[in-house]
Design a protein around this ligand. Structure first.
Ligand code: SF4
Length: 317
């Protein structure tokens, strides 16, 4: 069954999807392990029903005006804030250096794999000075599970050496300094600035780019252009949390290959509804992490996270 595809700016709310989203919410709440967390999640129930009443926010024919786009984008952000009130960085870290290292390791692998790898790494090399002096082969073996371990080890030793020699052993808090470190691009720099220094930034990773294009917030594919265009839609104070929410949604519901449209709470606002599975029952089965009743990516998730902690290395669920 294929409901009418939304136009560039959407048509009528796909009520079937909204109902499915409610069911998905109930399911993800029911499968949460911690009762307190479950209650908190239930209390902030998916806004699907509300979204389903979304009038013609996304309705109408013809090109969407700039004002309508800004309104719809901000509404999606508000809905996501209700769906993921616990959105957070999914890399385990305790200081800027650990976050920088974990973010470099996260290239081409999952945050789960990084989190399973970093406890032993940080125990062996807790500071930039320690990591700068690491034996490359020993370091490579420690980070091997994250893939591309030779190149990553080279970056880690290089950036640690630069932090030791050029920044007095402290991770710099300015983007121009961060991107001057070996293996550090704008995405990594924004993750560190936003989450270790509290400086707002948009993190354009693969999930973020895919979702904002599905939502027609931008057509750009170059990450720097995407970053500039999305920044222009939101106040600066929203940038960091918006990034977390969009990435959470991309990992749990709006997947690359099979987005779970039939269980998506923002379907009524999405011009790409129908790109994925629209059958509510089938869509529910596609939900991941806490939305699918499964463990998350962090070994030590924050207290308000409604899912299970990730298993340690070798104990994947
Ligand atoms: S394309 Fe993604 S955001 Fe849009 S309805 Fe489907 S799952 Fe939801």
């Amino acid at each position: 069954m294929t409901p009418p595809r939304n136009s560039a700016v959407g048509e009528r709310a796909p009520t079937g999807a909204a109902k499915a989203a409610n069911k998905a919410k109930k399911k993800s709440g029911a499968t949460s392990s911690a009762k307190g967390a479950k209650d908190a999640q239930d209390a902030k129930a998916l806004p699907a029903a509300k979204a389903a009443r979304t009038p013609k926010a996304a309705a109408g024919a013809g090109p969407e005006s700039r004002t309508a786009l800004v309104r719809r984008a901000r509404r999606i952000n508000r809905e996501l804030a209700e769906v993921y009130p616990y959105a957070h960085p999914e890399l385990d870290f305790e200081n800027p250096f650990e976050l920088l290292v974990a973010t470099v390791l996260s290239a081409q692998t999952t945050d789960l794999r990084v989190n399973q790898t970093t406890p032993a790494l940080f125990a062996a090399y807790p500071t930039p000075e320690d990591m700068a002096a690491a034996d490359p082969e020993t370091l490579e073996q420690l980070i091997r599970p994250t893939g591309f371990f030779r190149a990553k080890a080279k970056s880690l030793i290089g950036l640690s050496t630069a932090i030791r020699d050029r920044f007095g052993g402290e991770v710099p808090g300015r983007i121009e300094d961060l991107v001057s470190l070996p293996g550090v691009g704008r995405k990594t720099a924004h993750v560190v600035l936003g989450n270790a220094f509290g400086r707002p930034g948009i993190t354009v990773d693969t999930h973020f780019g895919r979702l904002v294009r599905r939502w027609k917030w931008t057509e750009a594919t170059d990450p720097e252009k995407v970053e500039a265009e999305i920044c222009a839609l939101f106040p600066k104070s929203e940038w960091t949390m918006l990034s977390h929410r969009v990435i959470f949604h991309g990992r749990r519901i709006c997947h690359s290959r099979r987005p779970a449209c039939g269980a998506c709470p923002i379907a009524p606002l999405c011009p790409s509804y129908g790109e994925g599975e629209t059958d509510p029952e089938k869509a529910e089965k596609l939900l991941k992490y806490e939305k699918g009743g499964k463990p998350g990516q962090r070994l030590k998730p924050p207290p308000d996270y409604p899912g299970l902690p990730a298993p340690p290395l070798g104990g994947d669920a």
